[in-house]
Design a protein around this ligand. Sequence first.
Ligand code: PLP
Length: 366
Amino acid sequence: MMNQRGFIRPAVDRIPAFGGVPTCDTAGMAGQAFLHLNECPYPPSPRVVEAITHGAAGVNRYGEPRPQLLAERLAQLAGVEADRIVIGNGSDEVLAMIASATLEAGDVAVAPTPSFPRYRISAAIQGAQTRLVKLLLDGRNDVAGLLGAIDGATRVVYCCTPNNPSGAPLEPEEIAHLCERVPADVLLVVDEAYAEFHRHEGGVDALPALARRNGPWASVRTFSKAYALAGLRLGYAIVSDGAIAAALTKVKLNFNLSRIAVQAGLAALDDKEYADGLIAAMVVERERLAGSLAAMGFAPLPSRANFVSFDLRRPAMPVMAAMARRGVLVREWRDPGYETYIRFSVGLPAENDRAVAALRLALGEA
Ligand SMILES: Cc1ncc(COP(=O)(O)O)c(C=O)c1O
């Protein structure tokens, strides 16, 4: 469609309109199983709830533009200085800050596909191009492909481990290879939104490999998944040096975080045992769900996150719609070439059973 309003930047005008997504607050959604957003199906720690309740009476005051205590706690856990932590309104905002600080028209970002859409959308907002590199067959990011797509116009390379929507993590050697080969004047962004699940199962932290990199990097993380705080919006990046953190801080909104989110984040970190329990429960359920799907003849991709994807071997969209009519929301991959793939987030045990039953019926219908 033509730009109806001359004042909208052409780069923004070219981005497809936001389609919306049903959430638990959307009208008519009571009693549905929300297995389409990779949320944690369990409530947050009681200590988080207490911090939120306690903080409510203080919201007449702004929070800190750069929350010091939370930055210090995250820095201590990561073994870095606090000036290398950037905190955002969800890791989504951190990814937007990264694009805003690094990309402009004529620049190129390199990113895996299918993967988290924010990489290409935030680049498009900047008027930059994204060179998309297809996943390997097992769902891993294609490291050789990502490296091969870099040229002189490339400013940022994204990777996602474990990757959403496939679930596959990168091997430690692959992360090391990226750290070594992404040029020293290109920002390497490692999206680790689901890393807590991977580490729970013995996966290695990307930080030691990143620390050895001779070039800039950012490890992007979130409280939305393993800490069950999706609705509060809290994410962060650990970056290679204070200058990058300072640049990201320049482009962020001033009071981007609510005081309550910061207080809740601190409480969540204080109750690691609770988060560990949630992660363990979700991993057990993920394997049970994957087992049920395998028993139906599907081959779930190996996942180290709180979701499972698989090839339905028929168009996913009608199956997804038929499941939604039965009150089970799952997500098709959407990306060109992957129209038969579908992703189930791990829900409560009864929700996962309901999803499998709904899939069986939907297959008979769709
Ligand atoms: C890979 C990945 N990165 C980042 C995000 C953004 O999460 P949030 O903004 O809730 O921190 C998501 C959300 O689903 C994701 O899957």
